[in-house]
Design a protein around this ligand. Structure first.
Ligand code: TYD
Length: 334
């Protein structure tokens, strides 16, 4: 089985590569990644010499690159994406390029080369804020940030290619992931690093916005199942039902890092901030028998422990792009 993981130097892609190599002896993995700011090959040093693994630096939006890596592949899992909402508010160009044009080029490459299965990773944010109840696979797309709009456009393309050309694609919408190797611009790794370094944490608005959370390992298992047994042309939500306001997570992080509420900086809210996300994942549970296995408090403790001991990995994140971005955001907000 030869699998192309796009965006494999990022948080979820690198976790999935580790998962697959652990799980399957006879797997061949090609990791196609452009190594933009959030890609970090330090996440893959332990497997860099594994004969089952190959890294290719390149862009999913470049058909010439895809013509080199796609032929002969049994499965593509597309993790390549611009993912950070705040960045999309500052400048959406890269989001449209990768999340829309990149997905289009992947779909075309799947058609050209007759790839048998293509799993596209997407987000619950395409459904917009859900003040009550849950989004199902049938819910209407109502994206409210440039990031969410770019993901929705990519998802629409997948659907259209499945209908029009019978492209064998499956789309997954996931709740917020967390775990080791996540770039420290997202809530959990950013707050964890700040707290460990004695800094304050910028809580947007009143901190009562609700997100639903999944530990990376649970997500990898879901994707593996969907890739193997999911029905082509279908959509699967991936969620745990674990929904909490950001301030509750912040408080849990205080306990795990030995800090307290004096570390909170209530800063101006994100523009157009979605108040609540909630996914219904019944289809994944009943059809494929998936259940989350990692309780949030356990996953969070493992995550904080990893950031305490990740050494070299974190230095990569302290280079220009992150530093510049973080300082800009933070200064804008206080
Ligand atoms: P984030 O990790 O950016 O994921 P998303 O916006 O895709 O859900 O943010 C998670 C929540 O945490 C979201 O409600 C915004 C909030 N947040 C803060 O309050 N402060 C921060 O510095 C960040 C990055 C996020």
């Amino acid at each position: 089985m030869k699998i192309l993981i796009t965006g494999g130097a990022g948080f979820m892609g690198s976790n999935m590569i580790h998962y697959l190599l652990r799980q399957y002896q006879d797997v061949q993995i090609v990791n196609l990644d452009l190594l933009t700011y959030a890609g970090n090959l330090e996440s893959l040093t332990d497997i860099a010499d594994d004969p089952r693994y190959q890294f290719v630096k390149g862009d999913i939006a470049d058909p010439r690159v895809l013509d080199q890596v796609v032929p002969g592949v049994d499965l593509i899992i597309n993790y390549a994406a611009e993912t950070h909402v705040d960045r999309s508010i500052l400048d959406a160009r890269a989001f449209v390029q990768t999340n829309v044009n990149g997905v289009h080029e992947l779909l075309e490459a799947v058609r050209r080369h007759g790839t048998p299965r293509f799993v596209h990773i997407s987000t619950d944010e395409v459904f917009g804020a859900v003040m009550e109840g849950e989004s199902t696979e049938q819910s209407k797309f109502e994206p409210r940030s440039p990031y969410a709009a770019s993901k929705a456009a990519g998802d629409h393309l997948c659907h259209a290619y499945a209908v029009t050309y019978d492209v064998p694609v499956i789309v997954t919408h996931s709740v917020n992931y967390y775990g080791p190797h996540q770039f420290p611009e997202k809530l959990i790794p950013l707050f964890t690093m700040n707290l460990l370094e004695g800094k304050k944490v910028p809580v947007y608005g009143d901190g009562m916005q609700v997100r639903e959370w999944i530990f990376t390992e649970d997500h990898c298992r879901a994707i593996d199942l969907i890739a193997q047994k999911g029905r082509l042309g279908e959509v699967y939500n991936i969620g745990t039902g674990y929904r909490v306001p950001n301030i509750e997570i912040t408080k849990k992080l205080f306990v795990l890092t030995g800090r307290d509420e004096s570390a909170i900086d209530y800063v101006a809210d994100r523009r157009g901030h979605d108040r609540r996300y909630a996914l219904n994942a019944d289809k994944l549970r009943t059809e494929l028998g998936w259940e989350p296995q990692i309780a949030f408090d356990h996953g969070l403790a493992k995550t904080v422990e990893w950031y305490q001991t990740c050494g070299e990995w974190v230095n990569h994140c302290r280079t220009g792009a992150y530093k510049e971005y973080y300082e800009k955001q933070y200064i804008n907000r206080v």
